[in-house]
Design a protein around this ligand. Structure first.
Ligand code: UT7
Length: 332
């Protein structure tokens, strides 16, 4: 039975519209200096009317399919990791299949907040064990702006929108140049921390009745300090566990791509792991925290820019609401 899978193609898509720190200064009581020193974020991309989790996923998917040299018709499964699907029913994955013009496939969404991409990759890894011929499209996408209250300065400066996609197959005999072999994935959750980072409104625990206006609970609520501390411990811990499991030290990791939540978290995780800064890929400065999309956009961009080269050992890590966190090891 195969236990690894291959990333054959990558792609990403972010909205055209930029929301800069200067724009935010005009929208709420904040300033560029605070945002830059606390988060490292300078701007983020925000969906325009008609741009949704499914439409951004679709654009990212077309790039990943072209990159993989695989036609949409060949896909057997579609997984979409998101906490901002276009609708509760149908799933974003079913809607994405329709946009791609395919029917009759196994399509489903994965809910793991900012860790969604790694939870989806692990699910894809399980699918290729059951179905070695599977060709799986994974997208991780969020239009976080649809759940951000832009009068809440503690939240609105942090997030942006975007999508990333990966085409996954089983680890059969061929390994086309440019592919990445997923060597391992570790995942973890802690539901007792659910109140620290949450969007409750509209769920069955906080239903909305016709005619009611939505309250603050409809938008992202977070205890930033507690999330920060937990995220640093969780991401560095699970990466160290992954490296110990495979007998790896920092010299054997070529590129580290942590969840792009903010620079202070990235720096703190890197420093706990004693990871040289030049091995750490970041793009949080220009996209903010794109939730589930963050790590896959970063991986796709790092590949495109040549930051991740053929032969590189790449360590990925995520952290999100739930709490959820994870780590993956990929050899390109
Ligand atoms: O996927 C995981 C997603 N979560 C995260 O990435 C969040 C992790 N947390 C963090 O990165 C940090 O906690 C934040 C960047 C969110 C906040 O930084 P902090 O150093 O923890 O600030 P704080 O929340 O303790 O607030 C410090 C001060 C407060 O003012 P007072 O009470 O000291 O007068 C806030 O009201 O900063 C104020 N503040 C702001 N000021 C200007 C909060 N947000 C802003 C803002 N602009 N946007």
């Amino acid at each position: 039975m195969t236990t690894s899978c291959i990333i054959r193609g990558l792609g990403h898509c972010v909205p055209e519209k930029r929301l800069t720190n200067a724009d935010l200064e005009r929208m709420c009581d904040t300033n560029d200096e605070w945002i830059t020193t606390r988060t490292g974020i300078k701007e983020r991309r925000i969906a325009s009317a008609g741009e949704t989790t499914v439409s951004l996923s679709h654009q990212a998917a077309l790039k990943a399919l072209a990159n993989a040299g695989i036609a949409a018709e060949e896909l057997t499964h579609i997984l979409v990791a998101t906490f901002t699907p276009d609708a509760y029913i149908p799933s974003a994955a079913c809607m994405l299949a329709d946009r791609l013009g395919i029917k009759g496939r196994t399509c489903m969404d994965i809910s793991a907040a900012c860790s969604g991409f790694l939870f989806a990759i692990e699910t894809a890894r399980a699918f290729v064990c059951l179905h070695p011929e599977a060709k799986i499209l994974v997208t991780a996408a969020d239009v976080v702006s649809s759940r951000v209250d832009y009068s809440d300065r503690s939240i609105c400066v942090l997030f942006g929108d975007g999508a990333g996609a990966a085409v996954i197959t089983g680890a059969g005999a061929d390994f086309p140049t440019g592919s990445g072999r997923v060597l391992d994935v570790l995942l973890a959750t802690d539901g007792s921390a659910n109140d620290l980072l949450t969007v409750k409104g509209g769920g069955s625990g906080s239903p909305v009745k016709p005619g009611e206006t939505v309250g603050r609970s409809f938008f992202v609520e977070m205890n930033g300090r507690e999330v920060y501390k937990y995220a640093v411990r969780a991401m560095s811990g699970i990466c160290q566990t992954m490296m110990a499991k495979h007998g790896l030290n920092n010299d054997q990791i070529d590129v580290f791509i942590p969840h792009q939540a903010n620079m202070r978290i990235i720096d703190a995780v890197g420093s706990r792991m004693e990871m040289p800064a030049e091995k750490v890929f970041t793009n949080v400065q220009k996209y903010g925290n794109t939730s589930a999309a963050s790590v896959i956009i970063a991986l796709s961009e790092a590949r495109e820019e040549g930051f991740v080269k053929d032969g590189d050992m790449v360590l990925l890590s995520t952290f999100g609401g739930g709490f959820t966190w994870g780590s993956a090891l990929v050899r390109f």
